[in-house]
Design a protein around this ligand. Structure first.
Ligand code: G3P
Length: 225
């Protein structure tokens, strides 16, 4: 299932202390080792400060955690699609639950990313918001119930209907858009269940970033893909 544009597993590093400094690069290299060994597409999503360094050091696709729907110019503190592309990013999350945007801004961000050859992953929280996001034609949609994010109960156990309903709603609009799910995903069993429910893959964070042994966790995660 190796697909560099649309990896089946995306690891969001967030801003955890576990990825400060060179630790982000080491985690990205770990993801690359497991991707190469297993043939499963794994994307990494480091903090913006580490994108350029990581993108020049690994072959797995590097995603930003956020992009601003801004044109190049006087936009202090913003991350434009052009800046991300220049840093070596392959794509970006948009509208993560911890970095929400208005619908119009999500649409503008998707368009700007498309013009800059960046793969877009729009995050949503329900089947209805996923349908709205699908109408903007991103490459992927990642549905994540916010209340389960960072917890120990997987969305695949707690709210499997959100995944099934999202897949149905998105396919109705554009069956070329791949659906990921996330929130509380920790194990290969969770990933297997996600795929059984119709998802293409998963977006996850704490299960890998905070793991004592990320190699073992990643190997377990991708074993059924
Ligand atoms: O971006 C992934 C995320 O929000 C899910 O986080 O820690 O529940 O895997 P986590």
């Amino acid at each position: 299932m190796t697909d560099l544009r649309t990896p089946a597993v995306i690891v969001n590093f967030k801003a955890y202390s576990e990825v400060e400094g060179d630790k982000a690069l080491r985690l990205a290299q770990t993801c690359q080792e497991v991707a190469e060994r297993t043939g499963v597409g794994i994307g990494v999503c480091p903090p913006a400060t580490a994108i350029a360094k990581i993108a020049s050091a690994v072959d797995v696709p590097v995603f930003a955690q956020h992009v601003d729907p801004c044109k190049p110019g006087a936009a202090t503190g913003r991350l434009t699609a052009q800046l991300l592309r220049g840093a070596g990013a392959a794509g970006t999350l948009i509208n993560h639950s911890e970095r929400r945007l208005r619908l119009a801004d999500i649409g503008a961000a998707v368009d700007m990313c498309r013009s800059n050859q960046l793969t877009t992953v729009v995050c949503t929280d329900t089947a209805s918001t996923s349908a709205a996001a699908a109408s903007l034609r991103p490459d992927l949609i990642a549905v994540e119930p916010p209340e389960l994010i960072g917890g120990d109960i997987s969305v695949t156990d707690a709210q499997p209907e959100v995944i099934e309903n999202t897949v149905t709603a998105v396919r109705r609009i554009d069956d070329g858009i791949k659906v990921l799910c996330g929130a509380g995903i920790k194990t290969g069993r969770d990933v297997k269940r996600a795929v059984e429910l119709g998802a293409y893959g998963v977006l996850l964070a704490s299960g890998v970033v905070k793991a004592a042994d990320p190699v073992a966790v990643l190997a377990d995660l991708v074993q059924y893909l």
